[in-house]
Every structure is written in structure tokens, then in C-alpha cells.
Design a protein around this ligand. Structure first.
Ligand code: CP
Length: 342
């Protein structure tokens, strides 16, 4: 594996290999000595053109736990505000010797450009680009579902290990992804990865927040949340943030109209009543940051079924695995993903 740009580049063997490696990383984190020497002498650059709390901190934590040196770059307060281009920013960071560049950018395709431009020599990891992809978020979501739901029958919830040698670890699981699908790179990344792992995915959204061409996605689409909860009994429900910053009051600039908050919550918000419609084992997920009271009520966000904080913790293990596989090389992983993302 040379870069990680999209979940579309991962076949089931590659995805399971990352998840299994993440499980090993998680196991090291529960021991007393958290820091591994694996990436000593390597440099990871976090290149963030868009705001982030979870992803940026978790990549930094992951790199440090593998003993890499970390350079954090945030566009705010940098020469980007003076008009410096992505190319010149990348060349500057490359001159400082980056072995991996973790990039978040408001433009879909920016990490792809970086990976294929020759501006940087190191591995490029997509930490979220526009409305396109957020592959490590999807991997940490799959990791969380795997630990909670898929393994519950076999070894008890929370167990770690390999599930299915065919790589269809989530086969037969029903996952509902609910909300602002139109602007969500998390939804796009998850639909592809969860399908690759065998899950049955349903997107639930108001018609105005469903992207054109969704019929071609490998999932079902519904406009009725109560129906999906009652009839499908999903094993996991993933609530999406309403991305107000990508919307406008008049729907101008390629964005969508901002929905009426009361109507949105009534139709698509997860609250205590809807929580009660879910099967007992179902988990509640959200990539964060949450709009409490809009797409998810405090009852639901803080309920014992919510695994939202655990998703964040799992993100460190998943990102350790990705950095390890990209920078320390791994023949088993690269065999299954060779050329896929390069
Ligand atoms: N889930 C996620 O990408 O969160 P941040 O924007 O805080 O990184």
C-alpha cells in the first residue's frame, strides 16, 4: 500500500488486514508501555486546510505512539492566508523531509493531486477531502462495529480478533446511515467500505440531502427513518452531522438549502423514542462533531448504546495501523493492495 486515498481502493482482504493490525495496536495501548519504537526517525506531517479536532489529534497521537516525529501544519495562521498554493505548501513541507503527509482539504481530490503530483515523496493519507472521502473514519467505524456487533455472538462484545477468513466480517449486518448524505464524505466512505465487508447499508435522508447519482451507490435509500428502524431493525445506526457550513440560506453556490431545524429533527433526528425502536444490541454512532438537539438528542448521544467516544479512541488504533502499514512496509498488506491507491 503506497497511499490511502479512498475506501474504494480497499478490497476486503486489505481492509481486514488494516482492521486486524488496528486490533493489535489497540491491544498494545491497553498495556503499560504505550509507545512503540516502530517509526523512530520517520516524520509525519499533518497538513490541515480545514478545521478538525478528532482526526488531527488522533493522527498526531497515533504517530507519536509509534515514535515518529510529527509536524503539525494548519492553514489558518500559515502563508496559505497570503495566497500560497497547495503545491508550494507541499514543496515546502517536503523540503523538511516528510515520510507521510496526512492531508485534510476542503476540495474533493486534493489528496489525490498531492499523491500523484510528485510534490511530495512520502505516503499521502486522506484525512477528509471536501464531500468526497474520509477513509480512516470509515475504517474506525468498521472497527467499532466489528468489535461491538459482529463479534458479539462469537466471543462476546468488545472482543478483538479475526472473524471471517473470507474478509466478509460484517456480512449480513444491517447498518443505517442517517442525515446529511449530500455533504458527507463519511457516508460515501462508509457505504463503500461496509459493502466491501459484506454489510447491508441503507441511507436515510430527506430528498434534498441525497446526492444526484445515489442510485449507483451499493446501498438502499429511504426517506423514512421510522420505517427503516421498525422494518429493518438495524444493528448499527450512524447519525451524520448536518453540515451547515456547506449549506446556504438560499441554496446558492452549489450547496443545499439549510433545512428547517424543527422539521429536520422531527423527520430525521435520533431521540429516545426512536432509540426504543432499535433492537436491544444495536449501537448508536456519530463521527462527530455532533449538533446536539438537531440530528441527535442528548438522550441518544449519551445513552449506554452510544459508542461515539469509543469511535474516537478506536481512531487512534486504526491510524496507528495505517501509518505502520504505509511507513514500516508490510508484505501481507501490500500484496493485497499493491497499486490500488498509488
Ligand atoms: N470525524 C471527524 O472527522 O471529526 P473532526 O472534523 O473533528 O476531525
Amino acid at each position: 500500500m503506497r497511499h490511502l486515498l479512498s475506501t474504494a481502493d480497499l478490497d476486503s482482504a486489505a481492509a481486514v488486514h488494516i482492521l486486524d493490525t488496528a486490533a493489535q495496536m489497540a491491544a498494545t495501548q491497553s498495556r503499560e508501555i504505550k509507545k512503540l519504537p516502530t517509526l523512530r526517525g520517520r516524520t509525519v506531517v499533518n497538513l490541515f486546510f480545514e478545521d478538525s479536532t478528532r482526526t488531527r489529534i488522533s493522527f498526531e497521537t497515533a504517530a507519536k505512539r509509534l515514535s515518529a516525529d510529527v509536524i503539525n501544519f494548519s492553514a489558518k495562521g500559515s502563508s496559505v492566508s497570503k495566497g500560497e498554493s497547495l503545491k508550494d505548501t507541499a514543496l515546502t513541507l517536503q523540503a523538511m523531509g516528510a515520510d507521510a503527509v496526512v492531508v485534510r482539504h476542503q476540495s474533493s481530490g486534493a489528496p489525490h493531486t498531492l499523491a500523484h503530483s510528485g510534490w511530495v515523496d512520502g505516503a499521502v493519507i486522506n484525512a477528509g477531502d471536501g464531500t468526497h472521502q474520509h477513509p480512516t473514519q470509515a475504517l474506525l467505524d468498521a472497527f467499532t462495529i466489528r468489535r461491538h456487533v459482529a463479534m458479539a455472538g462469537a466471543a462476546g462484545a468488545g472482543a478483538i480478533g479475526q472473524l471471517d477468513p473470507t474478509g466478509r466480517d460484517l456480512a449480513g449486518l444491517k447498518i443505517a446511515i442517517v442525515g446529511d448524505v449530500l455533504h458527507s464524505r463519511v457516508a460515501r466512505s462508509n457505504v463503500l467500505l461496509l459493502r466491501t465487508l459484506g454489510a447491508d447499508v441503507t441511507l436515510v435522508a430527506p430528498p434534498t440531502l441525497v446526492p444526484v447519482g445515489v442510485e449507483a451507490w451499493p446501498c438502499r435509500v429511504s426517506y423514512h427513518l421510522d420505517e427503516v428502524l421498525r422494518d429493518q431493525q438495524p444493528d448499527a445506526i450512524m447519525m451524520l452531522r448536518v453540515q451547515r457550513e456547506r449549506m446556504s440560506a438560499g441554496g446558492a453556490g452549489g450547496g443545499a438549502f439549510f433545512p428547517n431545524p424543527l422539521e429536520y429533527t422531527r423527520g430525521f433526528g435520533l431521540d429516545a423514542r426512536r432509540l426504543a425502536l432499535l433492537p436491544e444490541h444495536a449501537i448508536v454512532m456519530h463521527p462527530g462533531p455532533m449538533n446536539r438537539g438537531l440530528e441527535i438528542s442528548a438522550d441518544a448521544a449519551d445513552s449506554p448504546r452510544a459508542v461515539i467516544v469509543e469511535q474516537v479512541a478506536n481512531g487512534v488504533a486504526v491510524r496507528m495501523a495505517v501509518l505502520y502499514l504505509l511507513l514500516a512496509g508490510d508484505s501481507a498488506g501490500s500484496a493485497s493492495t499493491a497499486g490500488s491507491a498509488s
